[in-house]
Design a binder for this molecule. Structure first.
Ligand SMILES: Nc1nc2c(ncn2[C@@H]2O[C@H](COP(=O)(O)OP(=O)(O)OP(=O)(O)O)[C@@H](O)[C@H]2O)c(=O)[nH]1
Length: 600
């Protein structure tokens, strides 16, 4: 594979977020402190940390609790325009000879790639790749929302471009001589690598709000076996303004990767037609020295843990703990998205054990680490064995959370376990989404089943499963769109996919993986709730834990829903998907190094 740059490069080069970071409003939570010294296991380890485990936290501050739990008002679905009915002016992919492309060219334009794809099992189905050969491979508080990260309003009011702060053009202000002009042009050209081309799709933090988009023309196309289903798929609504995952709670853009793939804010892509996005810059597997898992996690969560550690230290200024200090501590924990239950528990333990003596920040972090670990331990579960063949994963989630990327990473991971993998592009909303999956298919050398943009997602899922059965493929990963206008549309679409695949395989889908973006903070809780209702989620993958200050949300999710967390995303690279280790995560978030680690 020829992924050229590591995605983390720009991130590390610019710090988290680069230009975007600079452009965003200051976060209250962070007096930027140097990273805490790692691995400081307190000498007197875990003093009497045996809290009455299920002890109901003191019934104090009910109002506060409510306030904190109150969800950031999910925006109501407001988009009004109706789906366009323009018949897609596409020509069904003609049967083309198999032209398996080298996966080593991710940088090729997707359009070119697309045209080179092998096609056609069925009329409209495009098989983007020959079957991949098996390759063993390699409350009062939230209340304090005033103090809450300057998230919401200020951010959401930004246009993508404002938020990105990236588009730079070079315009001479006055007529210039030819020489000057040449010099200017050269200068501009020299800067190009660091500056996204002005006409490239802006890449912003996923899930960001974007202006209303034009609906891609949608051809009515039904799943082959779905005609007797609940009628044609409801016409696609326009891009909603009010998706569960993209409102005020969204953390500021974490990063801007210069030439980037189809981020969620790629406003122009729909209109631009099926032009493949620039491939994301992936961390090439095996290239460079890969950090240990814990080091990567610790680094990724450093924003969360640094902010938390600093804030904990800042409230523990008195010699003795008093109620005010404990309240402040609780607030700090709630603001870190850890959840009210966790915050209260830690508060109570600290109060119980340390009240008369005062508490050090380190001791509090010890308590926190232990408690977080207890909550996460039961949900840290690897992927199931996937004995069924093909094992069908329906991958769901709000747009921009990292579904497609996670699918690519998973394909790579499953292949490394000796499984053959097929991908189905049932996110037919955007051409770019389909192309993005194809690019991933190329990278991991997996067959991609796709139809045209605007076609019926259930049809794609059906064809994907059929093809996976025919080719004896081990795992089928179905990408879906999460950009539906409202819950009913979402429910209809996902329900139809499920009905249709069940016609071929009664037990399918065998797993429903919800991909959550950790940077969305509390909104992730709403998303779990919604997708649990509409799709029966069986497990979670939590992405973008690298560089977010809101990693605590995973704890709140675990505490509230108890759903298995199969994997976490800690970067954009193909290898940046890790199994979830509760203790490692707990220690990283509490700002400790890992004892006995060969890590770091
Ligand atoms: N830093 C970081 N970025 C990630 C991670 N996972 C995905 N991304 C990036 O998030 C952006 C959105 O990812 P996608 O895979 O396109 O998300 P999606 O849910 O498929 O989006 P739609 O196709 O719009 O529904 C891309 O720029 C990814 O590279 C992660 O774990 N860490």
């Amino acid at each position: 594979m020829s992924e050229t740059k590591k995605p983390g490069f720009f991130k590390r080069l610019f710090g988290f977020g680069g230009a975007e970071e600079a452009a965003k409003p200051p976060e209250p939570e962070k007096p930027k402190a140097a990273e805490k010294p790692a691995a400081k296991a307190p000498a007197e380890k875990k003093p009497a940390q045996k809290p009455p485990a299920a002890k109901k936290p003191a019934a104090k501050k009910p109002a506060a609790k409510k306030a904190a739990e109150k969800k950031p008002a999910a925006k109501s679905a407001t988009a009004t325009s109706t789906a366009e009915k323009a018949p897609a002016a596409k020509t069904p992919a003609a049967k083309k000879p198999a032209a398996k492309k080298s996966a080593a060219k991710p940088a090729e334009s997707g359009a070119a790639k697309t045209s080179a794809k092998t096609t056609s099992t069925d009329k409209k189905t495009t098989v983007a790749k020959e079957p991949a050969a098996k390759k063993p491979a390699a409350k009062k508080t939230a209340a304090k929302s005033a103090g809450k990260p300057a998230t919401a309003a200020s951010k959401s009011s930004k246009t993508p471009h404002e938020a990105e702060g990236t588009s730079k053009t070079f315009e001479p202000s006055a007529p210039m001589s030819a020489d000057e002009k040449r010099r200017q042009d050269k200068k501009a050209a020299d800067m190009q690598p660091e500056t996204p081309p002005p006409d490239s799709a802006p890449v912003t933090a996923p899930g960001k709000e974007r202006p209303e988009e034009k609906q891609p023309s949608r051809r009515k196309e039904e799943a082959p076996e779905a005609d007797d289903e609940a009628g044609p798929a409801s016409p696609r609504p326009p891009e909603p303004d009010a998706e569960p995952g993209k409102d005020d709670d969204k953390e500021k853009p974490e990063k801007t990767v210069p030439p980037a793939g189809p981020g969620p804010a790629d406003t122009d892509e729909e209109e631009a037609g099926p032009t493949a996005p620039e491939p994301k810059q992936l961390k090439t597997q095996g290239s460079g020295k890969k950090k240990s898992w814990f080091a990567q996690l610790r680094e990724g969560l450093s924003r969360t843990s640094n902010a938390l550690s600093d804030n904990i230290a800042s409230v523990l200024t008195k010699e003795r703990l008093d109620e005010d200090t404990l309240d402040d501590l609780e607030d700090v924990l709630i603001r870190a998205d850890l959840g009210v239950e966790m915050a209260e528990r830690v508060r109570n333990i600290v109060a119980k054990n340390r009240y008369d003596r005062g508490a050090t920040a380190e001791a509090v972090r010890e308590v926190l680490g232990d408690e977080v670990s207890k909550v996460l331990d039961p949900v840290a579960k690897p992927f199931p064995p996937m004995d069924e063949k093909p094992f069908v994963w329906l991958v769901v989630g709000v747009n921009g959370t990292g579904k497609t990327t996670t699918i690519g990473k998973l394909a790579h991971r499953f292949q490394a376990q000796g499984k053959s993998v097929m991908l189905a592009a049932a996110d037919t909303f955007r051409a770019a989404a389909i192309d993005q999956l194809k690019i991933w298919g190329d990278r991991v050398d997996a067959q991609v089943i796709c139809h045209d943009v605007g076609s019926d997602p259930a049809g794609v899922a059906y064809d994907g499963l059929k093809r996976a059965q025919e080719t004896n493929t081990d795992v089928l990963l179905i990408d879906t769109a999460g950009r539906l206008q409202n819950k009913n549309d979402l429910m209809d679409e996902l329900a139809k996919i499920v009905r249709v695949v069940k016609k071929l395989e009664e037990d399918a889908p065998h797993g429903v993986l919800l991909v959550l973006d950790a940077t969305t903070g509390q909104n992730a809780l709403n998303q779990v709730e919604l997708f649990q209702q509409v799709a029966g989620v069986t497990g979670l993958a939590v992405t973008k834990l690298d560089g977010t200050a809101r990693g605590g949300i995973l704890v709140a999710i675990a505490e509230r829903f108890g759903l298995p967390v199969h994997a976490i995303g800690v970067g954009e690279g193909i290898d940046d998907l890790e199994s979830f280790d509760a203790e490692d995560f707990a220690r990283a978030i509490a700002g400790f190094g890992r004892e006995n680690a060969k890590a770091a």
